[in-house]
Write a protein that binds this ligand. Structure first.
Ligand code: KG4
Ligand code: ZN
Length: 337
């Protein structure tokens, strides 16, 4: 029998709801983004995010049900992101999901946001099965994860400081490009020379698969200050391309190394940064060279959405991994917990 999951996502600046059939078939995908509201501040303002989520959550859920051509009584379970993320923002989705679960008697499935990002690959590629290695790079997180089974994730490496998306956003800000910076750097970099400036690629000592982006960020800022002091002309497209090249080198090399160490020939990308065209291209080339298979979701399933939450919720539902009404928003939820 078919299983319909209603997914709800509100961890940052997107209020989203979706209905997914049997974990892999999208019946609806509604995303109400707040990007324009936060743009003028150069980043997400948590208090504004929470208020906007409250204003739109009911309408977003109604629209997701309507577009899927179903009602709440057709839904088998309600899946919701309960962490990590902004606490006030998470609370809105969690409260809405709990209210719906209480009113309908349908089970409530708690979902880890990063796990959701990884799961977007199952929706985009129905043939994909664990095990594989996944690079999850977003505005708040950058992890290299071994997906050993649907419910077994192991973190192999992570950033020691900034998330990849955060670094993109910060460099876009110093270049005066706007917010969110990732897509703007991606676009501008296409007109620039990635070899114009050799920015640092930071590796940790020893065997660690961890990495760091604070060094490259500082190097770009120092480069811009020095050029300004000397009155030199700055070619923004070259800086964007060189910065992007450094960040994507680090992400690709570490991910490939992780796959090799695990003896895995399948690699996936997830999270907002996974829509970066240079990252995709570099990863395509590197995996091909290693005889590995690469998967990534379309851009709309890379950035925050509720389809990925419904997909992760489906696998939680199969394992009867249900929460009761004490479920709370957990801003710094551990991926392996
Ligand atoms: O996954 P996501 O929507 O939200 C979080 O969970 O954080 O990721 C948003 C991040 C932002 O930092 C944004 O700048 C970055 O993903 N991003 C990109 C691109 N599109 C979005 N970074 C690089 N290139 C892109 N094309
Ligand atoms: Zn996200």
């Amino acid at each position: 029998m078919d299983c319909l999951i209603l997914g709800i996502e509100s961890s940052c600046d997107e209020t989203a709801a979706a209905v997914v059939k049997n974990g892999r078939e999208v019946l609806s995908n509604v995303i109400n983004t707040q990007i324009d509201l936060h743009k003028i501040y150069g980043g997400v303002v948590p208090e504004i995010a929470s208020r906007k989520h409250i204003e739109s959550i009911d309408a977003v859920i109604d629209e997701a049900l309507e577009k899927a051509g179903v009602t709440l009584s057709d839904i088998d379970a309600i899946a919701v992101t309960y962490g990590p993320g902004l606490v006030g923002a998470l609370l809105v989705g969690v409260s809405a999901a709990k209210a719906l679960s209480y009113a309908t008697g349908k089970p409530l499935v708690p979902v880890h946001h990063i796990k959701g990002h990884i799961m977007a690959n199952f929706v985009a590629h129905p043939e994909l099965e664990p095990p594989f290695v996944c690079l999850v790079a977003s505005g708040g997180h950058s992890h290299i994860v071994a997906v050993e089974a649907y419910d077994k994730l192991k973190v192999l490496g992570r950033t020691r400081d900034d998330a990849a998306g955060e670094a993109f956003d910060k460099i876009a800000r110093v270049l005066g490009l706007g917010y969110p910076g990732g897509p703007l750097i991606d676009k501008l970099a296409k007109e620039g020379n990635p070899e114009a400036v050799k920015f640092p690629r930071v590796r940790m000592d020893g065997d660690s698969l961890d990495y760091s982006f604070s060094g490259v960020k500082t190097a770009v800022i120092n480069y811009l200050h020095k050029a300004e002091q000397k009155g030199e002309e700055i070619v923004k497209a070259d800086i964007a391309a060189s910065f992007q090249d450094a960040v994507t080198d680090v992400l690709c090399e570490h991910t490939i190394e992780a796959a090799k160490r695990c003896g895995l020939k399948t690699v996936a990308l997830a999270g907002g940064v996974a829509s970066n065209s240079a990252l995709r291209e570099k990863m395509e080339n590197m995996t091909k060279k290693e005889g590995m298979q690469l998967y990534f979701p379309p851009p709309v399933l890379c950035t925050d959405n509720a389809v990925m939450i419904a997909c992760a919720g489906y696998y939680g539902y199969l394992k009867q991994d249900f929460a009761d009404l004490r479920l709370n928003a957990t801003p710094s939820l551990n991926l392996e917990s």
